[in-house]
Write a protein that binds this ligand. Structure first.
Ligand SMILES: [Zn+2]
Length: 275
């Protein structure tokens, strides 16, 4: 596992970090400079970058062995394909897709899906096989082929996705069904309590291995019982078991982002893998 820190800032607005990073050999160019720092270099520079208000995004890169040794992995997609429908700027998809009786609009916790998602049109998949929708942080969609090759053999069901008006099923995309919810280890993680509903939420920017389950799911696909997100967004991420990860890697499915969960066997160290 390797952690890097991606920073982005305007060199003309912030000349101090621009000069410091240039002196350390980083290329500073364009109206927005983007620099990727190793964990060690970031730790070295963090006090100054914080003082200069240069934000950062920590990214964790896992080795192929770490992916294959994980018993469970969070499944997400590199590609956000459009917005859930109906979308007239009023988040109409919420009432169309979820039971909102336990939903809190301040923190986003509590929505339960009770109808298929709707999309504007068939996704333009290209070579990709996995997608997510903007705003919907915890649902994963795949092509019917990827479902048949990597999920169905392991007992994972899918549900249809409808067109914008909710009348016809789209033919090139399905949603993965994950119903079982299991708690995860939260010791050492600063959760946020919502001022409106009093429920807890886990910050989304955890780096390193994802916190492991405290109770193993019985199904090959599950979700965290904890809600994860920031501001008004919250979700219970989809977690898949090792045979599904193996199927995704063996089939070279493009667009999946896998984050191994905590408890694991010791694996070797190889070059980072972009799954
Ligand atoms: Zn709330």
């Amino acid at each position: 596992m390797k952690i890097t820190h991606r920073i982005a800032f305007s060199p003309s607005a912030k000349p101090e970090p621009a000069a410091l990073l240039a002196a350390r050999g980083h290329a500073i160019a364009g109206p927005i400079a983007v620099v990727v720092l190793s964990a060690d270099e970031y730790a070295d520079l963090e006090p100054k970058l914080t003082r200069w208000r240069v934000g950062h995004l920590a990214q964790t890169h896992f080795t192929p062995a770490e992916h294959r040794d994980a018993h469970w992995s969070v499944l997400a997609a590199r590609w956000d394909h459009g917005y859930p429908e109906p979308d007239d700027g009023d988040f109409g998809y919420l009432a169309a897709t979820y039971d909102l009786s336990a939903y809190c609009s301040t923190c986003g916790v509590g929505a339960r899906q009770n109808a298929p998602f709707r999309m504007t049109r068939e996704p333009k998949w290209g070579k990709r096989g996995v997608l997510q929708l903007h705003w919907v942080v915890d649902e994963v969609f795949v092509t019917p082929d990827v479902h048949a090759a990597c999920f169905e053999p392991h007992g994972v069901a899918c549900r249809p996705v409808l067109d914008r008006r909710g009348r016809a099923e789209l033919s090139s995309v399905v949603q993965l069904v994950a119903e079982e919810r299991r708690p995860i280890r939260l010791d050492g993680i600063a959760t946020e309590t919502c001022g409106a509903c009093g429920r807890e939420k886990v910050p989304p920017d955890l780096s390193g291995f994802f916190p492991g389950f405290t109770e193993e799911p019985s199904a090959p696909i599950a979700r965290t019982a904890s809600w994860i997100g920031s501001v008004a967004s919250a979700g219970q991420p989809v977690i898949v078991s090792a045979p599904i990860v193996k199927a995704l890697l063996d089939s070279k499915v493009r667009g999946a982002v896998l984050t191994p969960m905590g408890a694991r066997r010791e694996g070797g160290r190889a070059s980072p893998e972009d799954v």
